[in-house]
Design a binder for this molecule. Structure first.
Ligand code: AMP
Ligand code: ZN
Length: 115
């Protein structure tokens, strides 16, 4: 499996940096954002290192579908009943800070800190 030893999210996958996990299987990991914008703020990542959404190809399509499909299940499991928001920041102009593909999932009662 492709990993980047300098990547913070690869280190989370490897257990070298702690995280508060919300879901895990062979392919995906979901964990709570360290600086939440909303009462529930989870990041869904592939365990394999893919830097950005722009670095995905046809071989990633099924995995991307499963990332998106995980969102409602996660929110339900975390007790979010009023809806949620999904965001993938991509590249410099997209405001991406961590270059390991991740989908933000925000939920819980408003007001939120941001978003
Ligand atoms: P983005 O701007 O889309 O790249 O978002 C990166 C997100 O990763 C931010 O919301 C950060 O708060 C979050 N983040 C960075 N380091 C950690 C960490 N060690 N554990 C959990 N979330 C993190
Ligand atoms: Zn990585």
């Amino acid at each position: 499996m492709s990993t980047d030893p300098n990547c913070i999210f690869c280190k989370i996958v490897a257990g070298q940096i702690p995280s508060k996990k919300a879901f895990e299987n062979e392919e995906l990991l979901a964990f709570h954002d360290i600086h939440p914008w909303a009462p529930v703020h989870v990041l869904v990542i592939p365990k394999v290192h893919v830097a950005t959404l722009s670095d995905t190809g046809p071989e990633h399509e099924a995995m991307l579908g499963r990332m998106l499909a995980l969102a409602p299940r996660l929110m339900r499991d975390l007790g979010v009943t009023g809806g949620f928001r999904t965001v993938i920041n991509t590249g410099r102009d997209g405001g991406q800070e961590v270059y390991h593909l991740h989908m933000h999932v925000f939920g819980g009662p408003r007001p939120w800190v941001k978003g």
